[in-house]
Design a protein around this ligand. Structure first.
Ligand code: HEC
Length: 163
């Protein structure tokens, strides 16, 4: 086997050095997503929540479908329990995700209250999964869905600007 001569070694060394300097930058980018990314994620999350809410509503309005309600409520409960607070990190108070954020500035200075509202959201979504899975009738499921919708409204009233 011939030994590797310097002309081949140099590009390899340069590539290694380039990687070594790029890696810390990549690690940093993973630790702190850009505000634009956070705003996109939270807007997307709530769009998926809304989509699943609309499927539950459709099922309650046009012939109750237990399996569909359990599936959609499970998605909402999972998102509510996914650590939504992290999507409202400092630095994302203003800016554009898919569009300008509609989070109110007060949200970022009241983490305790946001935590309470989020906990109520997660609790009522979990309760909807439980009630629907138990085989309760449509009226009982509708009642619990109403409880869940109240948690959307109370958080929006406090922390989401109408726009
Ligand atoms: C703990 C607070 C909170 C709860 C609970 C909550 N939301 Fe929201 N929601 C927000 C905030 C804040 C925004 C604005 C996000 C942004 O623009 O940065 C938002 C935005 C939205 C949007 C608009 C997303 C977009 O494209 O900009 C929809 C739709 C929505 N929420 C639906 C719901 C529904 C349906 C529920 C209940 C099943 C719910 N939300 C529960 C706080 C909440």
């Amino acid at each position: 086997m011939t030994s590797i001569r310097p002309p081949f070694l140099l590009p390899a060394l340069a590539a290694t050095l380039a990687l070594a300097t790029a890696l810390p930058t990549l690690a940093l980018a993973q630790q702190a997503p850009k505000p634009e990314q956070l705003i996109k994620w939270r807007q997307s999350t709530f769009q998926v929540v809304a989509w699943n809410s609309s499927r539950i509503k459709a099922s309650l309005d046009n012939g109750y479908d237990k399996a569909q309600v359990v599936k959609s409520a499970t998605v909402i409960a999972a998102l509510a329990n996914s650590g939504l607070g992290a999507l409202f990190a400092p630095g994302s108070e203003t800016g554009k995700g898919w569009h300008d954020t509609s989070a109110k500035p007060e949200l970022f200075t009241n983490p305790a209250r946001v935590g309470e509202l989020n906990a109520a959201f997660a609790r009522e979504a979990g309760e909807l999964v439980r009630v629907a899975s138990s085989g309760a009738d449509a009226a009982a499921v509708k009642q619990q869905f109403g409880q869940l919708q109240k948690t959307c409204k109370s958080c929006h009233d406090e922390f989401r600007a109408a726009n």
